[in-house]
Every structure is written in C-alpha cells, then in structure tokens.
Design a protein around this ligand. Sequence first.
Ligand SMILES: [Fe+2]
Length: 352
Amino acid sequence: MDSPSRDILIVDDDRQVREVLHQIFLSAGYACRLAEDGRAGVAAFTEKPTELVVTDLKMPVMSGIELLQQIRALDGDAAVIVLTGAADVKTAIDSLKLGAYDFIMKPVNVEELLIAAERALERRQLLIERRAYQAMLERRVEEATQHLTAAYQELEATYGTTLEALGSALDTRDIGTESHSRRVHGYALATAKEYGVPQELVRDLAHGVLLHDIGKIGIPDAILLKPGPLTPEEWKVMRTHPEIGKRLIERIPFLRGAVPIVFSHHEKWDGTGYPRGLSGEDIPLGARIFAVVDAFDAMTFSRPYSKAITFDAARAEIKRCAGTHFDPNVVEAFLRVPGQLLDEIRRRSIAP
Ligand SMILES: [Fe+2]
C-alpha cells in the first residue's frame, strides 16, 4: 500500500541538531516541520497535528517531557520519540511511562533513528486500526443485538397472537363459551397481581389459562357437543382432557411452563378434583388461580345449560367454597380485585 508522505515535527533548541535531523528525515521522505522549543512545538502541533514528533528532552521554555504530555493530551495517538543525552537516561525512561514510543541516545545514529521512526509509525497505525476494528465489532454486536431483540419481540408477539387464536378456536368449538378463554385470562392476571405472583411466572400463567382446555381437541364431538347430560362413561372420556392437553403441549419448549395449569386445572383444594386428586398446595398455584376465575366466569356468563348470576352472587359463592373447592388465599386475592375491573375485562373480551 502506498503510504502518503509522513508528517514529522522536529523539536530541538539546538539549531544545528535541528538541521541535521531535518536533513535525515527529509532524505527519508518525511514532510518535516521544525520548532525550537517545547512551547513552539505545542503551538505547531496544535495548528496542524503530525503523526510523529521527535523531540529533545532538555530545552529552555518547555521541556521535552512537558511537550510530550501536552501533545499526548491533544492527540492520544501521536507517536513521540525523545532524544536524550547519556546523563538523562532516567528521564528518557520516565518518558516511556508517559506515552513516548521510544527514546534515542545522542549522538544520534541515523539508521537507528529512522528505524525507531518507522516502528513508531507502524505501532501508531496498528493501534488506530485495532481501535477502529474494535469499534466496528462493537457496532456490529450492537446492530446484531438490536436485530435479535426486534426478532425476539416479533416472535413473542407472533406466539401471543397464535395462542390467542388457538384459545378462541377452542372456545368456538366448545359451543356457548365464546371468548371464555379471553375473559378468564383477564381475571386470572388481575388475581395473580393481587396475589403477588412473581412476574416471571405470569407469562406461564397466561399461556396456561389460554390453553387450559386444549386437550378437548381429543374429545369426540358426540361427547363434547352433546346437548344433554353426559353418561358416566362419557364423563370418563371428558375427564381425560387435562391429560391430553398435557401431552399436547409438553413437547413445545415455549409452552412447557403452562403444563401444570393445563394438567391440573380441574383439581380442587380438598382433593376431590381430577385427574390426580391433588389437594392443597400440591396443586400448582396457576391451576389454583385458574380454578377460581374459571368458576367465576362460568357463574357470571349465561350458557345453554345455566343462567348467569350477578357478580356479587358469584363472589359470595366463591367465598363460600374457599377451603373446599378453592385455595382460601387465592380466593382472598380474587375478592380484592375491584368489581369495576372485572366488569371492564368482561366487556373488553366480548367476541367481535
Ligand atoms: Fe377443562
């Protein structure tokens, strides 16, 4: 790669030395600027920075060390090489700690000086490239993170919509309970909030509530849609829907958290529910919340086989069943949900 002419600032109070250095660098192809002391050097650098600065250490007005500090403050990438007499080696070593790239002992060996200059420029270039590379990497990581976040959010939204659609489809099949899932979903979230369910479990709760009856997909229409009461044999089949639901969704990683609700949504606090006859806190919390809000919705929404009762009457009935059908703590949380909010959830969930 063709390198453009390299800039150098030569700072030395000895005019003769300055001239010698000028000739050396000029013949090596450098574009040179000269200054007779530190202050003049800083002024020249401020006016137009150079890639490389070669400076004497001992100078009147402003020392080489001070010049080094000021130049590094103006441009952290500036490559500075200091020239030093044998008596001043310690200061030269100190200059390295302050950011000088190298030091050259006087009297100057031309070859050594040019090699040091080359090396300093290369190192400077490397540092700049490395920093640019790192910045580019950081930018790419940030871009990739942004894309990932957007993709993740889109995926989440898609999942959510799919689940809602699935929930509605289930509701539609189970005639007379349209938008049941959506209402129960709203009641369950409001109750979970009152109960203090940790945020990380709320998503599983929401999925479980929307999909609680997904196992009904496996129940024959003759039973599921039968207008009259079911025979004991038919009930037996109907009661397999939590197990079918569990089997359907446990293989989907994203829905695994909903399995406890789907599988246990017909369990009762006193152990008289199904499919496992679990009791008390052996029943997953999500399923205990679901049981309350599902019963509330069943009581307050007219179905072909039952007439709706008022919110107050339904709440009284739920209170009466605390400790038998329902977890008393969940009932308490549910009763704290304002009636106005329950009403709003119900109105918002009306099927379009
Ligand atoms: Fe069910």
